[in-house]
Design a protein around this ligand. Structure first.
Ligand code: 6PG
Length: 218
């Protein structure tokens, strides 16, 4: 795992653009990505205008209506896709594991689901995507997509499993702020209880982007 520590959240956002490799990109939700989408949008819009077809998909989604502020895909659509002119990708929303798995099969064909890049956040408890500590989903090394119940509200979720996280070409995890310093410390020590540790260790060539606060350097 390659660890890069940047001075500020804005620098982390700019650095993350270097790993935004298409065409097929999976992105997470939460406040970290709300901010990332703002930084990414001009570049994604420019790429779209020049015909570089970036295609975005959710790493995970909450089972709420698209209009609900808790919908990850609504946050991605309003903060990134719509302003970048990628309105057609509103339909990449995950509604259930079978529905999303079928969408990915249409996208990737019958072969393996290999995203060009996948971007993960992490919770203070060490969850990533909607893979939570101690959950059965973290022992599932085969499923592409899973329906899960998680402790982080809203509880009913759809998530990519470990396999597509491990199979992707570029896997990037991002943590920003002092509230993530403890989980980042546990991750860097290789705590096997943390789904974020399993996700990054299983990939073998993952990148961890941190600001100084999350790195415990302030
Ligand atoms: C979700 C997210 C989740 C998120 C982390 C970090 O649906 O909740 O995909 O995995 O990335 O919980 O969230 P914050 O960036 O808000 O701390």
């Amino acid at each position: 795992m390659k660890v890069l520590v940047l001075d500020s959240p804005d620098e982390v956002g700019k650095k993350s653009l270097e790993f935004l490799r298409g065409p097929r990109i999976a992105v997470s939700g939460g406040s970290t990505f709300l901010e990332l989408f703002r930084i990414w949008m001009p570049e994604v819009k420019r790429k779209a205008a020049t015909g570089e077809g970036l295609r975005f998909f959710p790493v995970d989604e909450r089972k709420v209506p698209f209009e609900d502020p808790d919908s990850n895909w609504r946050v991605c659509y309003e903060g990134l896709l719509q302003p970048a002119g990628l309105t057609g990708q509103r339909e990449h929303r995950a509604i259930s594991a079978p529905q999303y798995a079928a969408m990915l099969e249409r996208e990737f064909g019958v072969g393996p689901v290999v995203f060009d890049s996948v971007f993960l956040g992490m919770g203070k408890d060490g969850h990533t995507a909607s893979l939570f500590p101690g959950a059965g989903a973290i022992r599932d090394r085969k499923s592409i997509v899973l329906d899960v119940i998680g402790p982080k509200p809203p509880p009913q979720r759809i998530t990519l499993g470990l396999k597509p996280l491990w199979d992707c070409k570029t896997l990037v995890a991002i943590a920003i702020g002092s509230s993530k310093a403890e989980v980042v410390r546990r991750l860097r020590e290789g705590d096997p209880e943390l789904p974020i540790t399993m996700a990054l260790a299983g990939h073998g060539n993952a990148v961890l982007l941190l600001d100084k606060a999350a790195a415990g350097a302030v």
